[in-house]
Design a binder for this molecule. Sequence first.
Ligand SMILES: Nc1ncnc2c1ncn2[C@@H]1O[C@H](COP(=O)(O)OP(=O)(O)OP(=O)(O)O)[C@@H](O)[C@H]1O
Length: 317
Amino acid sequence: MIETKGLRKSYPSGKHGRAVVDAVRGIDLDVRAGEIFGFLGRNGAGKTTTLRMLATLIRPDGGEARIAGADLLADPAAVRRRIGYVAQGGGTADAVTGREELVMQARMYGARKAEAVQQAADAVGAFDLAGFADRPCGTYSGGQRRRVDIALGVIHSPEVLFLDEPTVALDPAGRGQVWAEIERLRAGGMTVVVTTHYLDEADALCDRVAIVDHGQIVVEGTPEALKREVSGDVVLLGLAAEEAGPAAAALREQPRLHRLEPGEGGLRLHLDDGAAAVPQLLSVLNGAGIVPGTVQLQRPSLDDVFLARTGRSIEQS
Ligand SMILES: Nc1ncnc2c1ncn2[C@@H]1O[C@H](COP(=O)(O)OP(=O)(O)OP(=O)(O)O)[C@@H](O)[C@H]1O
């Protein structure tokens, strides 16, 4: 549905604009129809610039892209008709009601007056906006406003929707509502590309993700596959202080074990395939007369993937 090759963009920077910032340095993407694709990266990694290029808002300096069958550089107007774009922070005005915004948006896409009113009414129903659609947008909660933003982005039934940080600054309930809408759109067959730096959300909701760093994709895949590639799980054994030494001695030769260290009221074991290893560990400990008070298995998260692939956590700029 979206294929890009070597997409790049630089901006002039410095006092006289002579220096350049290479914001996007050659991005290859292959987003499939009907998937939620997550674009993950730190502030300044190049996510917004990439999205804005794909949404025809800025022209790439180089590379090529096809979106929903149309060529981005040769026929941006065709691309524009087939996509929706919701900017970071959206575009609603405080004094205007959600319904009025929806009608104006439908008109902008060429609908006649009556048709636009009907499309706005349909959107109010589909996005469950009836409770507030006739109040000015300035009175909405963050989550309500974002739902109106998304409804505006899809008023013309695009094939692809680009969402830039749709859940930033929302409380957990608002984030949940926004993701529920995104999932509903996907269930209706829409392809959704979303940037976020909430890795837990991306893990739970994206079919595939790409991690972007310094304007380039460093890795791409399903959250599951990426997490599997980060070697090893962690098993935490809760042990009495006097048991930790003998337990460490008994476990040191375990085949799947990479590292063993004291930690969190017992021992912390780094090993492959923790779920399979746990019964064996318990049986070895049992043989040494030790029964751990607690056993906890920690699988790698997308944060671990991010750290392993970029050398820093997503929170560090
Ligand atoms: N109009 C501009 N002029 C100059 N530099 C820019 C411009 N827009 C973006 N940049 C720079 O390009 C780089 C990439 O910015 P971009 O906004 O794409 O990153 P991002 O990953 O979306 O970050 P964020 O999550 O903070 O929005 C940054 O170094 C940014 O400062």
